[in-house]
Design a protein around this ligand. Structure first.
Ligand SMILES: [Zn+2]
Length: 624
């Protein structure tokens, strides 16, 4: 996802925040049961009838749920996400109380000099709210009791589900698509009629940690892997783009048809669109009567579909982005691993950019640069979250970090932006967060960060820096191999931070528990300093709490230079390097001295600045 922050309000309240923000360093242990990995499985069949006049829809859902866990399940939970868009919902309350609300979700009822923010959810009328009501639910043919609290439906099963057992849930439900406030909704600001994300009752994920029936506050998702068969009946003038392969293109047309075959368009006021999506963990779609639908066939067999409003101001960007989407797809296929689906759709919808299975919703398009930047980020999410489906709510840094890292790399690759490759962007936002008390541990649940700013900087910037710095710690080639192995070993699964760490350890032969712990689970910062230089002797100190291996460049008075590497003892080795590898530095030792063969003129710690050292002023020494 791409996030916008209401920054002016944020700046104004910065002082206020700083007085009470206490950054809690939590130490939640990651556990992972690699040897006995399992994941639940879902097979959804849905049939929905959409009324485009009042944005209401009615549907049936048959869900065959397979309990692959070793546990007997007494209850199950469904997400009813659209219930968040109601006055007084948890999303509304959070919006009203957070100091830096998302600008898309609020209205300024004051003046520009003296803004007063009002929750847009709080003002929704009954015909504008969102809802999902389950009318009937059966477990293996028998009605089952359920109740709804906000966005979560609790089901007390008639009969518990045994390990290995399959049960069938049959449901009838009705929904109303809310006025567009966040991610999904009707008539977004680009004028797209229906942005249908999180639109159906969705089984919550149960994994080795238990249930993840999180209330929907506005953030991240985590879904059960499975197959979707979805039929949508909608006004025949509307074009649909979304997850899945259309099964009846000759009956639908709208740009999906095979021109070499005979068209047999359905009769009646509505068309019935039949989609099938294999091996995904979500299903999203958007529809509009004025979509342009372009298809770009790529050499590797993935058809890229583009859906955008037939409005002149969008045409240039939405045409231009098509070739770049293909280039980015090729780059990611090569650098990460092959995209396994035959289709990917870039759809104008939503309110920024958000990743879904086999598609993305991208808003706007007045300038080519903004659209392609968002497309790169969201396309990267096809690997980092749609295929490597980490729990986004608990570890949003994993998918946002990788998506940000790879969108930086691909942009650099396509447009020769001259960014040093492993860096993939700068660290400034992270330093800002550290300086302003906004650095929270990345074990914080996505909904529970103190501010939106802390969440964004933590997940996107600090997440990306996890990988940038990994290049510094284990070497660039090892990171490239790690990414490919991580994809290969964990695609179509739910990898955890520990899986990522273990993959890097297996590839590099180096131990990295300390790195995952310090960078992700704590708010420790890095600060190394040059304490003393005398003739050919150099003494360094660790000022910050977080240890790191060090790259040091020394220039001698004769003008020659030498590179040194000081491994961190805890790593039990050093990265592949052309530098002179010195004795390792046990982290507990506050200082470290080494001698060179010649008289020292200047010293630089990490001259390429890959390490997020928060005080660079003490990283350099120059003999006067
Ligand atoms: Zn993202």
């Amino acid at each position: 996802m791409y996030l916008l922050i209401q920054s002016s309000k944020f700046d104004k309240t910065m002082k206020k925040i700083l007085t009470f923000v206490i950054v809690l360093a939590s130490s939640i242990a990651f556990s992972q049961n690699n040897a006995s990995y399992w994941q639940q499985h879902v097979d959804y069949t849905m049939d929905v009838d959409v009324n485009v006049e009042n944005y209401q829809y009615k549907g049936t859902q048959t869900l065959v749920y397979t309990n692959n866990s070793p546990d007997e399940l007494q209850q199950v939970f469904y997400h009813l996400y659209y219930n968040a868009f109601q006055p007084g919902s948890e999303m509304d309350e959070r919006l009203k109380s957070i100091v830096d609300p998302d600008s898309r979700m609020i209205t300024n009822i004051g003046t520009s000099d003296n803004p007063i923010w009002e929750s847009r959810i709080a003002k929704l009328k009954p015909n504008e709210i969102g809802y999902l009501n389950v009318l009937l639910l059966k477990q293996n043919g028998k009605p089952v009791k359920f109740f709804t609290e906000g966005t979560v439906m609790n089901v007390a099963l008639n009969k518990s589900i045994q390990p290995g057992e399959k049960v069938t849930f049959e449901m009838t439900f009705e929904g109303q698509l809310p006025v567009h406030i966040r991610r999904a909704g009707r008539n977004n600001r680009d004028g797209v009629a229906l942005s249908m994300a999180q639109w159906y009752p969705k089984m919550a994920e149960y994994d080795f940690e238990g249930w993840h029936a999180n209330p929907y506050i506005g953030r991240e998702f985590y879904g059960v892997w499975g197959n979707f068969d979805v039929t949508i009946h909608i006004d025949r003038n509307y074009t649909i783009g979304g997850t899945g392969y259309l099964q009846n293109p000759q009956e639908i047309g709208h740009g999906y048809e095979d021109p070499s075959k005979k068209l047999n368009i359905m009769k009646g006021e509505k068309l019935s669109w039949h989609f099938v999506a294999p091996n995904v963990h979500d299903f999203a779609w958007a529809a509009d009567p004025k979509y342009v639908h372009d298809i770009r066939k790529t050499a590797n067999g993935t058809d890229l579909h583009f859906f955008y409003k037939k409005i002149p101001k969008y045409k240039k960007a939405w045409k231009e982005v098509q070739q770049y989407t293909e280039k980015a797809l090729n780059y990611f296929n090569e650098q990460i691993g092959p995209y396994p689906y035959k289709q990917y759709s870039v759809i104008q919808g939503g309110d920024g950019g958000m990743e879904y299975a086999m598609c993305t919703f991208i808003a706007r398009g007045e300038t080519p640069k903004s659209v392609r930047g968002t497309v790169f980020h969201e396309l990267a999410h096809s690997w980092f979250h749609q295929l490597l489906a980490n729990n986004e709510s608990k570890h949003s840094w994993m998918d946002e970090g990788f998506a940000s890292y790879f969108s930086g790399l691909v942009s650099n690759e396509i447009f020769n932006e001259g960014i040093n490759k492993p860096l993939a962007g700068n660290y400034d936002l992270y330093y800002y967060a550290v300086e302003n008390g906004l650095n929270e541990p990345l074990t914080t649940h996505a909904d529970r960060f103190d501010t939106n700013t802390a969440f964004v900087i933590g997940s996107y910037t600090k997440g990306r820096m996890f990988i940038s710095q990994l290049n510094y710690i284990i070497g660039e080639k090892n990171v490239e191999k790690t990414i490919k192995k991580y994809f290969n070993d964990f695609k179509f699964k739910h990898p955890t931070p520990n899986d990522l760490k273990r993959t890097a350890e297996k590839v590099s032969g180096l131990q990295l528990d300390w790195y995952l712990n310090e960078w992700i689970e704590t708010t420790h910062t890095i600060d190394y300093a040059i304490a003393k230089v005398k003739d050919n002797s150099i003494t360094l100190v660790r000022v910050g709490q977080m240890p790191m291996p060090l790259d040091i460049t020394v220039t001698y008075i004769d003008g020659t230079t030498e590179d040194f590497n000081i491994p961190l003892r805890m790593m039990r080795g050093s990265k592949p390097t052309t530098a002179i590898v010195l004795e390792n530095w046990p982290w507990a030792n506050p200082s470290y001295t080494f001698n060179t063969t010649k008289i020292v003129q200047s010293v630089a710690i990490d001259p390429l600045e890959f390490m997020a050292d928060i005080d660079k002023s003490n990283n350099y020494f120059m003999r006067k």
